[in-house]
Design a protein around this ligand. Structure first.
Ligand code: XMP
Length: 515
């Protein structure tokens, strides 16, 4: 892999993603890993990421200089550029030329910036700057505050930049990173969906052997792709379990039962648990109480399904050995990157599975980013409605009804949600919208007039948001005419709704969901 060294800022993961976008496999590694640990990973190249510190601070996260002597190509970015400069004999100083944000960068020859003529806007974030490049390195660019803003040594296959090539504010950043990988490090783009799928299928086969595996399908992208991969690897030794808790959106059950099964040929057990879930949710309005009930009931349904899956086979002493989960790389990195198979993530999509379920985990997606999961899904022939699906919370529509959850209210919300989704898709806005919760304010009534009569109905809230990762979000500027169509259709077609309102709050301060 290309190893992206994490100096404690949020950039390492983003850089790892950009390397993958250049179709080269990458992993994040801690800056204090030993040279032996680096070597054991057999790195194709090393990228030193940005970090918050000054290289001369007492507690500056260091890199063992021996890592730079492994004979592996190295690319330094921002703080990584400075620590590389210092380690190789150059100098870094606080010159007072601090730069934050968009800055003009003047390329001055070399391989890294070949093809870029004239000043380039780049994103900077630094106090210190490299004063002198290490011996043997050519300076290939400058900014007003950083006379040495990039350097390279083609013979040693090393280069670095003071700016951040990984952010979108550096328009040519991806091109520069790619040039390092291809032209300076000499790597080939082999990390393609087909290769990824093939190698993951082999890995699953090796892990599971003759064992039996089970996978909970939520209707979401991750579980669907994980299940499809495992199905390719072990066929009918995998059983997929779909718990229909009655809190799904229009068409989602069919998507799993028909489209997913048709595309994969997977064995599917559906648990019809709507009555149970609605019974347990009766009278409950508190959002956290709803989540707890749904998590608990999900586990019960799932356990029941496991018993059913085994059937007579249990009598012959067989058991389900493996649980398939759609854990992704960002979760793995955020939880410390451990390779353990025993701990089941608490932020599992449907509220956490209990510790006493004795399964080993199969997590075929644990090295992938979301866009790679989608690419692998397409490679495996999953329909676009599944692979391009927007995030949807495990507790489903229950947390989009502000108030008690009832079958009637679910029916209202389901219809309004379907209309909103249909119109947003028709308007070509899916790419711009991260997700669009549609919320029923079930305990609020307002007066309206329809036909000849006065109505006393409920408001529906549209909450379209744009986001990169759901941690922060902005409300999406949906064109007025699209909003008008949605509003008119919902008030015309959905009984008991006489008002449609738009949520124009960013996150923070608002969350994406209303509950
Ligand atoms: P918030 O509302 O916290 O949402 O801004 C951030 C993202 O998380 C999703 N979400 C959930 N997903 N179980 C889930 O599986 C939950 O209880 C839950 N609550 C929020 C939300 O849809 C958004 O994508």
């Amino acid at each position: 892999p290309v190893l992206v060294v994490d100096f404690g800022a949020q950039y390492a993961q983003l850089i790892a993603r950009r390397v993958r976008e250049a179709r080269i496999y990458s992993e994040v590694i801690a800056h204090d890993a030993s040279p032996a640990e680096f070597e054991a990973k057999n790195p194709a190249a090393i990228v030193l990421s940005g970090g918050p510190a000054s290289v001369y601070a007492d507690d500056a996260p260091g890199l063992d200089p021996a890592v730079l002597d492994l004979g592996v190509p190295v690319f330094g970015i921002c703080y990584g550029f400075q620590s590389m400069a210092t380690a190789l004999g150059g100098t870094v100083a606080n010159t007072g030329g601090r730069e934050f944000g968009r800055t003009p960068f003047a390329p001055a020859g070399g391989v890294l910036h070949a093809g870029l003529d004239g000043e380039q806007p780049v994103w900077m974030s630094h106090n210190d700057a490299v004063q002198e490049a290490p011996e043997g390195f050519t300076v290939t660019g400058s900014t007003p505050g950083a006379p040495v803003a990039s350097f390279e040594n083609i013979e040693r296959r090393m280069a670095g930049v003071q700016y951040h090539p990984e952010v979108l504010h550096t328009p040519h950043g991806q091109q520069v990173l790619t040039r390092f990988l291809y032209e300076i490090a000499g790597l080939q783009p082999t990390w393609t969906a087909a290769n990824i799928a093939e190698s993951l299928i082999e890995d699953v086969r090796a892990q599971v052997g003759d064992g039996l595996a089970i996978c909970g399908l939520s209707g979401g992208v991750d579980s669907a792709v994980a299940a499809a991969l495992v199905q390719r690897a072990i066929g009918d030794k995998l059983t997929c379990v779909f718990v229909d808790h009655g809190l799904l959106r229009e068409g989602e059950r069919e998507q799993v039962q028909q489209d997913f099964v048709a595309a994969t040929g997977a064995r599917l057990v559906t648990v019809d648990a709507e009555a149970t879930f609605l019974g347990e949710l009766a009278g409950v309005s508190d959002p956290e109480a709803k989540r707890k009930i749904i998590g608990r009931e999900f586990i019960r349904s799932f356990e029941g399904a496991v018993t059913e899956v085994l059937g007579d086979r249990a009598a012959q002493g067989e058991k389900v050995d493996f649980l398939v989960q759609g854990t992704l790389y960002p979760d793995v990195v955020e939880s410390g990157g451990g390779s353990g198979t025993a701990n089941i993530k608490s932020h599992h999509n449907v509220g956490g599975l209990p510790d006493d379920l004795e399964f080993s985990l199969v997590e075929p997606l644990r090295l992938l980013f979301k866009d790679e999961v989608r690419a692998v899904g397409r490679e495996l022939g999953l329909p676009e409605e599944i692979v391009a699906r927007q995030p949807f919370p495990g507790p489903g529509l229950a947390i989009r009804i502000v108030g008690e959850v009832t079958a009637e209210r679910l029916a209202i919300l389901r219809r309004a949600d379907a209309i909103a989704r249909e119109e947003l898709t028709r308007a070509g806005l899916d790419g711009q919208i991260w997700q669009c919760p549609v919320v029923l304010l079930a305990d609020v009534r307002s007066v309206g007039v329809q036909g000849d009569g006065r109505t006393y109905g409920h408001p529906i809230v549209l909450r379209p948001v744009s986001s990169e990762d759901a941690m922060t979000a902005d409300w999406t500027r949906v064109p007025y005419d699209v909003l008008e169509t949605i509003s008119t259709r919902i008030t015309n077609e959905v009984p008991d709704v006489n008002r449609v309102v738009l949520d124009v709050t960013s996150k923070p301060p608002g969350t994406i969901e209303w509950e």
